[in-house]
Design a protein around this ligand. Sequence first.
Ligand code: WTA
Length: 625
Amino acid sequence: MYYYPYVNRYLEFYKYSIENLENFWAFQASIIPWFKSWDKVLESNHPFYRWFVGGYLNASYVCLDHHVENNKKDKVAYYWENEVGEKEIISYYELYTRVNSFSKFLKDLGVQKGDVVLIYMPLIVDAIVAMLSVVRLGATHNVVFSGFSKNSIVDRIEDSNAKFIITATHTYRRGKKVDLLSTIKEIDSQSVQKVVVLDREGNFVEDGKFVKWPENLEFAYTEPVPVESTHPLFVLYTSGTTGKPKGIVHSTGGYLVYVACTLRWAFNVGDDSIWWCTADIGWITGHSYVVYAPLALGLTSFIYEGAPDYPDPSKWWSLIEKHRITEFFTSPTAIRMFMKYDLEFIRKHDLNSLRMLGSVGEPINPEVWEWYYKNIGKSKCPIIDTWWQTETGGFMIAPFMGIIPLRPGFASLPLPGILADVVDENGNSLPPNTKGYLVIKAPWPGMMMGILNDDEKYKQTYWSKFDGMYYPGDYAIRGEEGYFQLLGRADEVIKIAGHRLGTTEIESAILENDFVAEAAVVGVPDEVRGETVAAFVTLKQGINKDESLKQLIISKVREIVGPVVVFSSIFFVDKLPKTRSGKIMRRLLKSIIIGKELGDVTTLEEEASVEEIKKAYEEVKQSIS
Ligand code: WTA
């Protein structure tokens, strides 16, 4: 049933990669064109690692000029559609011309190497044009997911010191127009010099620093600026355990080599592929596997702006049929959602073009894996479950080309060059089938260069828990044959529909309601979305626990963080349980919600005795009932 034949050859290849790490990566690096080769494959200044040092390249050249110069001028780069029926087919040459011309426009506006340009756009070809035009000039992009709202954007502008914004008037979602420009207009930031607006309807009026993305720009060749391999290609903000989202900085050379290699290794994509990764460009999956890897490899992709099941649950399957998609890559949340619909929506479409199916962003439960394998892949497409993170740049653990035996629910073995392990609290390797912490024990080219403006946080978050090992913050089990099963986050990061959010961002938004005294949120299991948010809120003195306040809380969070936050419940409590040093015992709150026995949490809360925890547990329980 599954594909077995090459497993030993994979293991040999893997062993070679680990034992000859630098040579291995030096060899792989020729997957992309360089203006100048590197002097040093790897420079280690633990925990800061720099790849292909002394090498020069330009990401826009790698993704466009290189293909135009090598017989791929007329190859389709993207097929694009959206839910209101607009369509676009764009060849590598057309993308090249649009990027050149828009780069020239940006250059004339003053964008240059070293600048940060914030992009707040929907999943349209112009968003990709914007990204590539920015990096063509040697500037760095900072893409913000269009489902985030005002405060998330403001924080990112300030932290990255963005001087320019590129946005669009609106996007579409489930038959509704979602305004993006008005969100940007609410922002009053001194550091922003110009806002370029893509007018999707023709009624935008230029005003002060708000300028229009010119239509029908004439072709103007714009020299791609050669940058060092370690030049920041982009900064992408992601949530962690504490504080505001962190700006994860990725390099140009190491990152591009890594995403190109890993896409080929995981999905065995080739010249005849029609690749569809359903992620939005606002997340790392979109950066790496909608934009940079497919373009670096010169592939044809399909992209879609709209909801998966709108206007009806056969939308995605009709698109697979229509575009003859060969590799399809989505999230467990999307699959779980489709599992609830009648199979007829799938059956009426011919999905025979599919060769590989992928999963990303959250653990995929074995039942979901099986359903996906059987109903979408018709029991003939390997499921490529890819474990990785914003910080890792690209896939880390995934079944290489689907040629190793697959196990439902397991991301399987690390990709070449990735030394992964599962360890206990003291960093010792654990025997098979024991839950522990996932760690990575050797550097890889796609790894982040650091956190923008915060070296200390970088060291402390990823490198301080275990000596000399990268700590991603995930629980895992290593099963038989060394297969990895990922078990979700070991920290306070919440994954809602695969979207990564931190407790602090949501709590701060709840606190913006002036009737709220304190707030604590936890992620709780959700059948479709993986996790949703449960909030425990104490109200200011004199405020009644009125149900209508809950709606105000939800609206406020949507306004401040964005509609990506989905609540399962909000509880008004008299008091939040805290340790002696004032830390909220979130895990205790989570136990209350999921009805776990108190015994499970006592070891997890330092600085509080069992008695104190028991008391706190009872108090909260009583006040919510
Ligand atoms: C989780 C998304 C289980 C994990 C690419 C990780 C997964 C976090 C998987 C990173 C997977 C990602 N199986 N869990 N295949 N892929 N995760 O930065 O907890 O948005 O740490 O990157 O998603 O989320 P991020």
